[in-house]
Design a protein around this ligand. Structure first.
Ligand SMILES: Cc1cc2nc3c(=O)[nH]c(=O)nc-3n(C[C@H](O)[C@H](O)[C@H](O)COP(=O)(O)OP(=O)(O)OC[C@H]3O[C@@H](n4cnc5c(N)ncnc54)[C@H](O)[C@@H]3O)c2cc1C
Length: 390
């Protein structure tokens, strides 16, 4: 007999596990199918920030920043072992495109959107404090602002959310590859390969949370559903030996004015990110030599003491962004949720999004598919479910 689930999810990145947790919390039978390992895709290759996204203010994404700051506050409470508040430093040189008054205005708005809580306090450092900033270059330096945001281990967070989902009754097939699905009157017949064997199950609703593979999954569904036009944009990071200690620096790349983060990471320093158009198989994404050179240049320019240090690691992830004319860093980071139909959807596709807002996104997904699901007794509320590191 075919297994039957309320919700079947393809993809064990942060969105897939977030939906698994939210679905199981509502009492739904849930299966998650992941082809590789949890967080094997983008969710282990992010900048690892749980943040409002200060720079999104520049493109007027007020709603996204407010939602992200709300989720940040929640995650600091629910996952204190995994999400930690850090000091962020924003240095402004004579040549920096953003002027001190602009940064002060941005940080004021950021604090306002964060409810003026303690975590949103910011200030301008006194000159005599500059010497303690990890060797930050001071010639031409005009001001340094300090504010706070949070850092996590993205893969560990993803695993923690899946553990929470499983504790609520969700199941997982892994490594298991989604092979095909057929949309029927009342749901979806899903086929996948697990342990070398073909499996089939029935889902009242299937969630396509395959990240950069989202289009490949849609192409295997019959009848082929309409989708959103998206592009993949590669973002790379390098790891350089030796830890930056005071906190996270948000610096401007001289070449193109983009913001780049320099962060402590497992005793070394993580620098990222880039924005490079990508075409091809998402599994083949690799850091390009030009990206390494760009990030090293930004690091050395701001922290000359790293000039002789080797790059000891690097990784690349793929953003899923709407097609558009704007430069990629100005395109919407808002998650797009696309059901195959408004009433009783059988399929819902998740495009793009942020690690930070995974929980609120998962709750939105569940509201959008509620008409396809039977009433069940909720067993938990994701707003109060704690997450632990192991
Ligand atoms: C460079 C970069 C930096 C970022 N930095 C931040 C940040 O600092 N803070 C923040 O909030 N957000 C950040 N983001 C955004 C965030 O990382 C992503 O939105 C998020 O990780 C996407 O998760 P996902 O679950 O949608 O996709 P993924 O994590 O890619 O998961 C998709 C999963 O689907 C699986 N899959 C695909 N096809 C199949 C199949 N046929 N069968 C079974 N499984 C399949 C894959 O193996 C993969 O595990 C960043 C993104 C990038 C690219």
């Amino acid at each position: 007999m075919t297994d039957r689930y309320d919700v079947v999810i393809v993809g064990g990145g942060i969105h897939g596990v977030g939906v698994a947790q939210a679905a199981a919390a509502r009492g739904h039978s849930t299966l998650l199918i992941e082809q590789d390992e949890l967080a094997g895709g983008t969710s282990s290759r992010s900048s690892k920030l749980i943040h409002g996204g200060l720079r999104y203010l520049e493109s007027g994404r007020i709603g996204l920043v407010r939602e992200s700051l709300r989720e940040r506050a929640l995650l600091l409470r629910l996952a204190p072992e995994l999400v930690r508040l850090r000091s962020f430093y924003f240095p402004i040189y004579r040549a920096t495109r953003r002027r001190p008054w602009q940064v002060r205005t941005g940080l004021s708005l950021y604090a306002l959107l964060g409810g003026l809580s303690d975590d949103t306090r910011f200030g301008r450092l006194k000159r005599d404090a500059w010497a303690a900033l990890d060797g930050l270059r001071t010639d031409g330096l005009q001001a340094v602002f300090r504010y706070r945001d949070a850092q996590t281990d993205d893969a560990a967070l993803t695993r923690a959310v899946m553990r929470s989902a499983e504790a609520l009754g969700a199941s997982r097939a892994m490594p298991a590859t989604f092979a095909a699905a057929k949309l029927t009157r009342d749901g979806c017949e899903v086929e996948y390969k697990h342990d070398g064997t073909e499996h089939a199950c029935h889902a009242r609703v299937m969630i396509n949370a395959a990240g950069p593979w989202v289009r490949a999954v849609l192409d295997r569904i019959e009848p082929v559903p309409t989708g959103r036009a998206v592009v993949l944009v590669q973002g790379s990071h390098i790891v350089v030996r030796g830890a930056i200690e005071r906190g996270i620096y948000y610096v401007e790349a001289a070449r193109d004015g983009r913001g780049v983060f320099v962060m402590p990471w497992r005793g070394d320093t993580l620098v990222g990110t880039t924005e490079t158009p990508f075409k091809g198989d998402p599994g083949e994404v690799r850091v390009l030599p030009g990206e390494e050179a760009y990030l090293a240049e930004v690091l050395h320019r701001h922290f000359p003491r790293y000039a002789g240090e080797p790059i000891i690691d690097s990784f690349a992830g793929l953003r899923v962004l709407p097609v558009g004319r704007d430069p990629t860093f100005r395109r919407s980071r808002e998650t797009v949720l696309h059901p195959d139909r408004v009433d009783r959807p059988r399929l819902l596709t998740v495009y793009g999004g942020k690690l930070t807002t995974y929980r609120s996104t998962a709750e939105k997904v569940m509201r959008l598919v509620a008409s396809s699901l039977p009433d069940r007794d909720p067993v938990a509320d994701t707003r109060t479910l704690g997450l632990t590191a192991s």
